[in-house]
Write a protein that binds this ligand. Structure first.
Ligand code: T5A
Length: 219
């Protein structure tokens, strides 16, 4: 997080459906905790009692008539609560916050997928986050069909997973455009590889973070 707070790190995981973020979270958190770092694991939409209720509304496949603006506002309503109740306090305590999705998902899904003007998303982002951004964003990128096949193995599909392939192609394109726009913040992980190969990529990224930490603590 790059405004106001000088400790803790805010790391977000992004990607399309079935990209392997949740699987990677287990590995990331375990490696960081082994290194003595206090980690808070959370997710969006959700992460608070109120946010999890909003998540249930958003993912419910019965809500086929949800307007794109309603979806966008619910995402930011849950995010505002998440920031104030969980993320900012944890960063202030010096913890590393590892979050499964954040605002880049809004640009990808509501912007790319639904076609909402990015300037409108930017207005809400400024309002809710007031300049606050993740320190690092890991983008788990893989071909859409491969991700959907993985996600589909879990059985019942949520409201987003029921979208068509072209929706997810727009989501992927929007994510890659964000990564190109913010190269200092994003790291792209080739998530189409086997699990061990994905973990190797993550291991190298974590080693880099730990080296930076050691340098900082040496002053
Ligand atoms: N959303 C969210 C928005 O539209 N706007 C927003 O602003 C935000 C914050 C959230 C939905 O909300 C939308 C996007 C989403 O559609 P969700 O359930 O959190 O819903 O959706 P996902 O984050 O996509 O969760 P998934 O579980 O589908 O994807 P993951 O977490 O990326 O994948 P994971 O780790 O569960 O893995 C999926 C399967 O693949 C296997 C795993 O074992 C698992 O079975 N797997 C691999 N298999 C082979 N090789 C590998 N390397 C593998 N890695 C994992």
């Amino acid at each position: 997080m790059n405004q106001g707070i000088t400790h803790g790190r805010f790391i977000t995981l992004e990607g399309g459906e079935g990209a392997g973020k949740t699987t990677a979270l287990d590995y990331l958190c375990a490696r960081l905790e082994q290194a003595g770092i206090r980690v808070l694991r959370t997710r969006e939409p959700g992460g608070t009692g109120l946010g999890e209720k909003v998540r249930a509304l958003l993912l419910d496949p019965d809500h086929t008539g949800m307007h794109a603006d309603t979806e966008l506002l619910l995402m930011f309503a849950a995010r505002a609560q998440h920031l104030h109740e969980v993320i900012l306090p944890a960063l202030e305590r010096g913890e590393w916050v590892i979050c499964d999705r954040f605002t880049d998902a809004t640009y990808a899904y509501q912007g790319g997928g639904r076609g909402i003007d990015v300037q409108r998303i930017g207005l809400l982002e400024d309002w809710v986050q007031q300049g606050m951004q993740p320190d690092t964003t890991l983008l788990f990128d893989l071909p859409v069909a491969q991700g959907l096949a993985r996600a589909g193995q879990r059985g019942a599909l949520d409201r987003f997973e029921q979208e068509q392939q072209d929706f997810f192609t727009r989501v992927r394109d929007a994510y890659l455009a964000r990564a190109a726009q913010y190269p200092d913040r994003f790291r792209i992980v080739d998530a189409g590889q086997a699990l061990e190969a994905v973990q190797q990529q993550l291991g190298a990224i974590i080693d880099g973070w730990l080296e930076q930490e050691q340098k900082c603590s040496r002053g």
